[in-house]
Design a protein around this ligand. Structure first.
Ligand code: ATP
Ligand code: ZN
Length: 286
C-alpha cells in the first residue's frame, strides 16, 4: 500500500476556501464539502481531514494528522509542539486590543489593573508581560467584542481584519499585538516517506505562490532602447528579445514581480517601451 500524508484542513470557515483553492492550484484533487470527515486525493498521495481549526494543532502534534493548515494565531495560542513549514499568505488578520470609543488612550500602560476579555489568553498574556503591564485576562470563547458593553471588561483583545465588527460594537482599535496569516504546520514525527511527499507538496505550493507574485511582460521598443529596458526587467535568467516585422524594432518578453512592475512602469515607458502587455502566470518554477 502506498503511504498517504494526512493533511488537516478547516472544515468550514475563514481558512477553508483558500485552503481548498491552494490544493486545486497545486493540481491535487479531492472531494470536500460533502459533509464527509475525510477524503483521499485521487491523484496525490494525501488524505484530507476536515476539522475545526482549533483542533488542528493538537491533531498534528499527536500525529493523527501529519500536516495542517491553521491561522498562526491559533497555532501559537495552542502552544502545541508543531512547526511552521511554510507561510501561505492568505487569511491575513491581526490580533488587537480595543477599548470603547469614548475612552481615551495614551499607551498600553493604561491597561494596568484593567479587565481584558479575549479568546487568546496566552498571546495576550505574553504581550502584556513583555510590556510590563499587569491586567486581568478573562478568557471567553466567542463574541468577545460585546464584553465591554455588558460590563465584563474594560477592553478586549480580538481578531481584526477590517475593523467593522469593532466599529459596530462601539470599540476602537488601540494596539496590535500579533499579525497572522495561514501557515502549513507539521508535527515532529514525519517519517522519510512523509517527508518526500511534503517536499513534493512544497515544490507545488512554491510554484503557485511564485506565479501569483509575478507577471509575464511583453513590450515593443526601438532596438537602441533595448539595453536600458533589459536593465529594468531582467527576468528569470534574461529576457527574450525577438525582432518585429518592422525593422529597427524588437519585442521584449520577461517576468516581473507585481510590485516591481508598478514601481518601474514609468521608467520602462520613459526608456521607450510601447504596447506593454502584462499577463498572469499560472505556475512558475525557478
Ligand atoms: P471553526 O468553526 O473551525 O472553529 P472559527 O470560527 O474558530 O472556526 P474562523 O472565523 O473561520 O474560525 O477563522 C479561522 C482563522 O482565520 C482565524 O484563526 C484567523 O487566523 C483567520 N481569520 C479570522 N478572522 C479573519 C478575517 N476577518 N479575515 C481573514 N482571516 C481571518
Ligand atoms: Zn475555531
Amino acid at each position: 500500500m502506498t503511504t498517504l500524508i494526512r493533511i488537516a484542513l478547516q472544515k468550514s470557515g475563514r481558512l477553508s476556501e483558500d485552503s481548498y483553492q491552494l490544493f486545486k492550484e497545486c493540481g491535487i484533487r479531492f472531494d470536500y464539502g460533502t459533509g464527509k470527515l475525510k477524503s483521499v486525493s485521487s491523484n496525490f498521495p494525501a488524505e484530507f481531514l476536515f476539522l475545526r481549526d482549533d483542533d488542528i494543532p493538537g491533531y498534528v502534534e499527536d500525529g493523527v494528522a501529519d500536516l495542517g493548515i491553521v491561522g498562526e494565531n491559533v497555532a501559537v495560542e495552542s502552544a502545541r509542539n508543531v512547526q511552521t513549514v511554510h507561510r501561505l499568505g492568505f487569511s491575513k488578520c491581526r490580533l488587537s486590543i480595543a477599548i470603547p470609543r469614548s475612552e481615551s488612550w495614551n499607551s498600553i500602560a493604561d491597561l494596568n489593573g484593567k479587565n481584558i476579555a479575549t479568546s487568546y489568553p496566552r498571546l495576550l498574556g505574553n504581550y502584556l508581560s513583555e510590556q510590563g503591564v499587569t491586567a486581568t485576562i478573562h478568557e471567553i470563547s466567542g463574541s468577545v467584542e460585546i464584553a465591554p458593553s455588558i460590563g465584563l471588561a474594560e477592553a478586549v483583545c480580538d481578531i481584526v481584519s477590517s475593523g467593522s465588527t469593532l466599529l459596530s460594537n462601539g470599540l476602537k482599535e488601540v494596539e496590535t499585538i500579533f499579525r497572522s496569516e495561514a501557515i502549513l504546520i507539521a508535527g515532529s514525527r514525519l517519517n522519510k516517506e512523509h517527508q518526500i511527499i511534503l517536499e513534493k507538496l512544497l515544490f507545488r505550493i512554491k510554484a503557485v505562490q511564485a506565479a501569483k507574485n509575478n507577471k509575464y511582460i511583453l513590450l515593443n521598443a526601438p532596438n537602441d532602447a533595448i539595453p536600458n529596458i533589459i536593465r529594468l526587467i531582467p527576468g528569470m535568467k534574461s529576457p527574450t528579445v525577438v525582432p518585429l516585422a518592422m525593422s529597427g524594432w524588437s519585442s521584449v518578453h520577461s517576468v516581473i514581480n507585481e510590485n516591481d512592475f508598478w514601481e518601474n512602469i514609468e521608467a520602462i515607458r520613459a526608456a521607450g517601451a510601447q504596447g506593454i502587455l502584462v499577463i498572469p502566470i499560472e505556475k512558475m518554477i525557478n
